[in-house]
Design a protein around this ligand. Structure first.
Ligand code: EPU
Length: 418
């Protein structure tokens, strides 16, 4: 298992480029199942979750041709409409194939995801939504079997709570359903809008993506298309936090700063200087003490739960007490114990972490527990005195493309130990 070895204390300076968004790449790859024509996707990040999704598509019957960041997928026919446990257990987003498979093939068999490091993460809302579209759902042997032999028919689906991949799954089911599908209380994440943009290029009729009510007029069939996905706002946000925590001067390029508005507002409140020198570029500078500022995670456009761990690492270096409230997942503070081993003062109370700063961090051996928790350990290691060894970095490889090379490019002393 690979490890990262980091020597802290170097302020990050210079320019670092953002990759395409992992959480856009996964649904748009799933969307290729909706047509027998080729779909070409660009800026697909080379991360492990993307490779897992590509494997899943190949198992189902796709021909996948990868040329760097460009991926061409053609699913001439659905050979096996199934997502096996072996893949779903390594990546929960595999459930994104459920909607498109039922829509195109009339049936799907998808393993139920098991427990997860950050919370229970059920997919009940994907399932009740599909039932409302006319699918029959059965559960047996750890698998969900969904069937709609006569095809899906449009309906109004009111999501009980906001779900990102649930919204995406149901959009992909709705585009080939007969008549109108309306999704109420839909997720407004930019990745949902990006998926809708691709689907519209493929011939789908979708209105309201990016708002909480999405209206879809079903069509008979979809065509191929070319699409470049959006920048990864969580990666960009992680770099913003890295620039700030090291007291550096970092410019993040090829990103969409408007997708990070909630984080940027918080960083500015802590005393960091954040500017947009050019379009698609954001610069963070810190030269002086940071103030502690409370955060509560929310669905987009609120403060992203996927940036909570990184922000918490930053707050260990801010003066005063900050309260970090996690409202999306029930168990997303695994990083707190590891940060405490590095010298942070963090008290957990229910869904809140109370961080007392500023505390000097010292290098230690720590273990990554999930993707974003790993990123927070890297950030802490970048300011810690001495050497930090981060174990189980396969978690970080799921969603960050060449993070060690990108950080080393702006001065970080970080290397991978195989
Ligand atoms: N939920 C249910 N029932 C459902 C679906 C969700 O109760 O059927 C609950 C979840 O348990 C959670 C909340 O609703 O408490 C929100 O979950 P959501 O469905 O929005 O999460 P997701 O779609 O599984 C995506 C991202 C996550 C990100 C969350 C929240 C992808 C592939 N994954 O997950 O990204 O944290 O939205 O923004 O888009 C990551 O990249 O590290 C990551 C975990």
């Amino acid at each position: 298992m690979d490890k990262f070895v980091v020597i802290g204390g170097v302020p990050l300076r210079g320019e670092v480029e953002t990759s395409g968004a992992k959480n856009s790449a996964l649904p748009v790859l799933a969307a290729t199942l909706l047509t027998d024509q080729p779909v070409t996707l660009d800026r697909i990040p080379r991360v492990r979750d993307v490779r897992t999704m590509q494997r899943l598509l190949v198992d189902i019957g796709a021909k996948v041709d990868v040329q760097g960041e460009r991926v061409r997928v053609q699913v001439g026919e659905i050979r096996s409409p199934e997502a096996p446990y072996e893949l779903v257990k390594t990546m929960r987003a595999s459930s994104l194939v459920l909607g498109p498979l039922v829509a195109r093939a009339g049936r799907a068999r998808v393993s139920l995801p098991g427990g997860c490091a950050i919370g229970a993460r059920p997919i009940n809302l994907h399932l009740t939504g599909l039932e409302q579209l006319g699918a029959q759902i059965r559960q047996a042997h750890g698998y969900i079997e969904a069937e709609a032999p006569q095809g899906l028919r449009g309906a109004t689906i009111r999501l009980e709570r906001i779900t990102v991949t649930g919204t995406e799954d149901l959009i992909m089911a709705g585009v080939l359903a007969r008549g109108e599908t309306v999704i109420v209380n839909a997720a407004r994440e930019p990745e949902v809008s990006d998926l809708a943009t691709l689907l519209v290029k493929m011939g789908a009729k979708i209105e309201g993506a990016g708002t909480s009510t999405i209206r879809i007029q079903g069509v008979e069939r979809l065509n191929g298309a070319d699409h470049t996905i959006i920048a990864d706002r969580i990666e960009a946000g992680t770099f913003l936090a890295a620039g700030a925590i090291t007291g550096g001067d970092l410019t993040i390029t090829r990103c969409a700063p408007e997708h990070n508005a909630a984080l940027i507002a918080k960083l500015q409140a802590t005393g960091a200087e954040v500017t947009q020198p050019e379009p698609n570029t954001v610069r963070v500078r810190v030269d002086g003490p940071l103030r502690s500022v409370d955060v509560s995670t929310q669905e987009y456009p609120g403060f992203a739960t996927d940036l909570q761990a990184q922000y918490l690492a930053l707050m260990t270096q801010a003066e005063g007490i900050s309260i970090i409230t996690e409202t999306i997942f029930e168990n997303r503070f695994m990083h707190a114990q590891e940060l405490a081993r590095m010298g942070a003062s963090i008290r957990l109370e229910g869904n809140q972490a109370i961080v007392a700063g500023k505390k000097e961090l010292t290098g230690a051996g720590v273990i990554a527990s999930d993707l974003r928790a790993s990123a927070s350990l890297v950030l802490a290691a970048l300011v810690a005195r001495g050497e930090t060894v981060i174990d189980r970095v396969y978690h970080i490889d799921r969603g960050y493309e060449k993070i060690e090379a990108k950080l080393a490019g702006v001065g970080a002393q970080i290397r991978r130990m195989e």
